[in-house]
Ligand binder design. Structure first.
Ligand code: K7E
Ligand code: CUA
Length: 633
């Protein structure tokens, strides 16, 4: 979204923001800085978490094209850890051991946009965290028991550009997925771009989740017109059983979309009765496309509808009571509150204005409750516990606070530059906490110590407990947060060590006496223990070409006693937590003696924690640099 929005900044802002700047920002921005300074002490106290104390909330930021998730505390905004998801991360050994390497498969990056905490009865339950990969059409599940990525599902068949994901239904029955970029289906089909409007297809989907294990599997998909499906949210309370996605390019255009896809006044919000979709899939009213049950709305009525909304919408957000569906056109200064009751009535009365590929289109006037004058470039909306909504204004660089039901804008706060998403405490649940709002900003424009051209991303912590929003704190992170969710800290019960009694790894060893090297043909299996401050065995002798498998168990049961295993000149670094077993596989194709050592500081004698891999049978003097030097002579 960022690059798109950046372009949007310079193009639309060329017109829109000049206006905005004329209207207020100049004075407003300088005023903000002054206000920040005068209220500094108060704000500092409000975000202060004393050394040794912990924050009452976790903040899970998506890491965008870094492929990771960043974890922070609120209100301190301290970065606590990084959870590697779609990209290798040597700090935790992620992507180097057998299990995580296999999970990453052929991709070493992802574009992670929307973290979604699992829910029970519409409330975060602290069990899992899901996140989408917009680039490679995958969804990952992180266990909050140990903050580790445990499953990556995908690439999901037929889904192309999985951006409108991973919003969850109120009991985590389904995770939403959708195609941002329509393509010919099934994947692998070629069709000329000139035939886009007829041969390309969009998909919206529900990925099923096992309620006990969190294991994700393909659920149902719905064949959609070739629009661009952007963002989603699940219905809750009054609208439970429904799912919503925005889409742009109702024009079915190709080429320069900023021109070709903004011709019509309205795009759509897709409304899916997912219980009906589930039923249709169960009853076999589907086509199988690339192994997935796909519902074609031309054949099955009553599953999907289109709600016209302002053109080029981005976010769609369901109010905590589920009664209102909030959607905004990025090019406008209003956001629309659709009334779910009215949507149901219109569907019952077949109050349609037409159809698109067999999908009934409802009438805007029949289903909207209000157009709220929030300000320029509304993107996303979050909620608090007092019946207020907060909409991010990208063009205006502000957050508007407005009241659900009376539709009155009651406050506005300027944000540094170009806010994208925003997150309130427990803001996507049926019972938000209010208190804090984090603005996730697209540009930081030198508000920080200079770090060269690639500047950090900025987020701002805002106090939303009072009538007026108050700016408290500013924090920076690596590229690039899109969305974030904030959960009460006490909902997450993370373990501190893997208990030996729970270890089910068939090749774990728990006593240094069991450490050994076994050869079977060309396969060498090493059963290794790591414990302060040595590896057992600390010598592995193999022949060039042998396939080596190391089962490395950290037999410590003490909190925070991690060990690492780095092997010189082999691109291998694995980290084992206390009580954890990891499998390291490689072919010993280089002859010579290679030290391995503990990479994770563990004790006073951490430096002594080392050993040797001895690879016999090859020719010495084959190093790359000497070869290159030889070539030059
Ligand atoms: Cu607005 Cu991908 Cu949700 Cu970027 S997205 S901001
Ligand atoms: Cu073990 Cu450092």
């Amino acid at each position: 979204m960022k690059s798109k929005m950046r372009r949007f900044t310079w193009v639309v802002v060329g017109a829109g923001c000049i206006l905005a700047v004329l209207l207020l920002p100049q004075s407003c921005r300088s005023k903000t800085r002054v206000q920040q300074r005068t209220g500094a002490a108060e704000s500092a106290v409000a975000s202060y978490v004393a050394p040794g104390d912990v924050d009452p909330y976790y903040l899970f930021y998506s890491g965008g094209h870094s492929g990771q998730i960043y974890v922070g505390g609120v209100p301190s905004m301290r970065h606590i850890c990084t959870i590697p998801v779609f990209s290798p991360y040597p700090a935790t050994g992620y992507g180097f051991d057998k299990e995580t390497k296999e999970m990453l498969g052929e991709y070493t990056w992802g574009d992670a946009h929307h973290p979604a905490l699992s829910e029970t009865k519409g409330d975060y339950d602290g069990r899992w965290l899901f996140i989408n990969d917009n680039a490679n059409n995958r969804i990952a599940r992180i266990e909050l028991r140990d903050f580790k990525t445990r499953q990556i599902l995908g690439p999901i068949p037929n889904v192309s550009g999985n951006h409108g994901s991973t919003f969850v239904t109120p009991n985590t029955e389904y995770i939403l997925a959708a195609s941002r970029f329509s393509i010919p289906l099934p994947k692998g089909t070629m069709a000329p771009i000139e035939n886009y409007a007829s041969q390309y297809k969009g998909v919206v989907a529900g990925i099923s989740v096992d309620p006990n294990t969190g294991q994700m599997a393909l659920g149902w998909e719905i064949l959609m017109p070739p629009f661009n499906y952007d963002l989603g949210d699940a219905g809750k309370m009054a609208s439970e059983g429904w799912a919503f996605w925005t889409c742009y390019n109702a024009e079915r255009a190709t080429g320069k979309l900023e021109v070709t896809a903004t011709q019509k006044d309205r795009d759509y919000i897709v409304a899916v009765d997912w219980k009906a979709a589930e039923k249709a899939a169960k009853e076999g009213k589907v086509k199988t496309i690339d192994g997935v049950k796909v519902i074609d709305p031309k054949d099955v009525q009553g599953v999907v509808y289109l709600l016209p909304c302002s053109k080029s919408p981005h976010g769609v957000d369901v109010s905590p009571d589920g009664k209102y569906i909030i959607g905004s056109g990025k090019l406008q200064s209003i956001t629309t509150a659709f009334n779910f009751e009215k949507i149901k009535t219109a569907i019952a009365k077949k109050d349609f204005s037409g159809q698109e590929d067999g999908i009934p289109v409802l009438k805007y006037e029949s289903i909207k409750d209000a157009e709220i004058n929030v300000g320029l470039g509304p993107l996303h909306t979050q909620f608090d516990d007092q019946g207020f909504a907060y909409t991010s204004l990208f063009v205006e660089s502000a957050v508007a606070k407005w009241k659900l039901g009376t539709w009155e804008v009651v406050d506005k706060i300027p944000i540094t530059y170009n806010i994208g998403h925003l997150a309130t405490a427990e803001g996507d649940t049926v019972s938000p906490d209010g208190k804090y709002l984090v603005a996730l900003n697209k540009l930081s424009h030198g508000r920080h110590l200079t770090v060269g051209p690639s500047q950090p991303e900025c987020s701002q912590l805002i106090d939303v407990s009072g009538e007026k929003m108050k700016m408290l704190y500013e924090a920076y992170t690596e590229p690039e947060p899109h969305y974030a969710q904030i959960i009460k800290a006490d909902k997450i019960k993370a373990i501190e060590v893997y208990q030996k009694a729970d270890s089910k790894h068939p090749n774990a060893i728990w006593d240094v006496k069991d450490a050994r090297v076994e050869r079977k043909g060309n396969n060498v299996n090493v059963y290794m223990a790591a414990v302060r401050s040595s590896f057992e065995p600390n010598k592995i002798e193999v022949k060039q070409g042998d396939r080596v498998t190391i089962y490395l168990t950290n037999i410590e049961q003490t909190t925070d006693e991690l060990h690492g295993f780095g092997l010189n000149e082999h691109n291998i670094n694995v980290v084992v937590d206390p009580g954890e077993t990891k499998v390291i596989e490689f072919v010993a194709n280089k002859p010579g003696v290679f030290p391995f050592y503990c990479t994770n500081f563990c004790s006073a004698l951490h430096q002594e924690m080392q050993g040797y891999l001895l690879v016999g049978g090859g020719k010495p003097g084959q190093s790359q640099l000497s070869k290159a030097a030889g070539a030059q002579q």
